[in-house]
Design a protein around this ligand. Structure first.
Ligand code: PAF
Length: 286
């Protein structure tokens, strides 16, 4: 596996692949890798002669400096995992190469990126779309692979890629779960043992929603089932529950269930500075 620390090195490596007529699949990450990231690499590996990856903790998508500073950095382990998964090349750029003159030019999905999760974390998706645009321009892949767990992020990136005519295929990869249903996340390692045991309640709540999702069921009843399931776990505090039309992201709040619904939930585990916010997602189908 080739390790590139500069954009120039990365571009040279990719130019060689392109000259050989090889297709390139891209997996962008912020490191702290887990099996969910490796599933993205495997999906890319199946379709492309070359798999390119990036590890870059993107400062512009963090609201608070403390959150950015606390983000886990596990470079040596990440490189081992990528190598074992069959990655061909990884870029680990410096912040000042990605943002050479600060942040003058931004890329933003003006509506989709500022609703729901984007409304509670102002500027977050603008940071994501700006950095993903830069990474797309560096790598110019045939396709890029993103996890379905970050449901709104996937929708935002799809929309941006279409609107800006990148000509890159955006592939969503299903969430990888632990044996007890907990969605894999870099944040799981920060849970206390008791909170780790409690955390699968998010997946249970989504399963409970699917279990009652018959055509015509009031969507309010689905929301109530999710709230009741999470409330039954004393260590979890539900923070967000959004139900949307998967195609448009229009919120679905009332009325009978008449098609697929994308459900995004988030809950906090633990107290004070040690609290960990987990998210999960599922599309339910009547
Ligand atoms: O999903 C992530 O890890 C990040 O948001 C991404 C897409 C790598 C952009 O920094």
């Amino acid at each position: 596996m080739k390790i590139c620390r500069t954009i120039e090195e990365m571009r040279e490596t990719l130019a060689n692949y392109r000259r050989a007529g090889e297709s390139i699949g891209l997996v962008t990450t912020m490191g702290a890798l887990h099996e969910g990231h490796i599933a993205l690499v495997h999906a890319a590996r199946e379709r492309h002669a070359r798999v390119a990856t990036t590890i870059f903790v993107n400062p512009t998508q963090f609201g608070e400096a403390a959150d950015l500073a606390a983000y886990p950095r596990t470079e040596a382990q990440d490189l081992e995992m990528f190598e074992a998964a069959g990655v061909d090349v990884v870029l680990l750029p410096q912040v000042d190469e990605i943002y050479p003159d600060g942040e003058e030019t931004i890329v933003e999905t003006t509506s989709l990126g500022n609703m729901l999760h984007g409304a509670v974390r102002p500027g977050h998706f603008r940071g994501v779309t700006t950095v993903v645009t830069k990474l797309f321009n560096i790598v110019r892949p045939d396709a890029a692979y993103f996890g379905e767990k970050d449901y709104q992020q996937l929708a935002v990136i799809r929309r941006m890629t279409g609107d800006l005519l990148f000509g890159i295929d955006i592939v969503g990869v299903p969430t990888v779960r632990e044996a007890d249903g907990l969605a894999m996340s870099s944040r799981n390692a920060r849970l206390s043992p008791e909170d780790r045991d409690a955390a699968p309640v998010l997946n249970r709540a989504l399963e409970a929603a699917q279990a009652i999702a018959l055509p015509g069921v009031p969507v309010e009843e689905i929301a109530r089932t999710i709230r009741d399931t999470v409330a039954a776990e004393p260590r979890a505090r539900l923070e967000g529950l959004d139900m949307v039309d998967p195609a448009t992201f229009r919120p679905i709040i009332t009325g009978p269930l008449d098609g697929p619904v994308g459900i995004m939930i988030s809950a906090r585990f633990g107290q004070g500075d040690h609290a960990v916010l987990l998210i999960d997602q599922r599309e339910i189908h009547p």
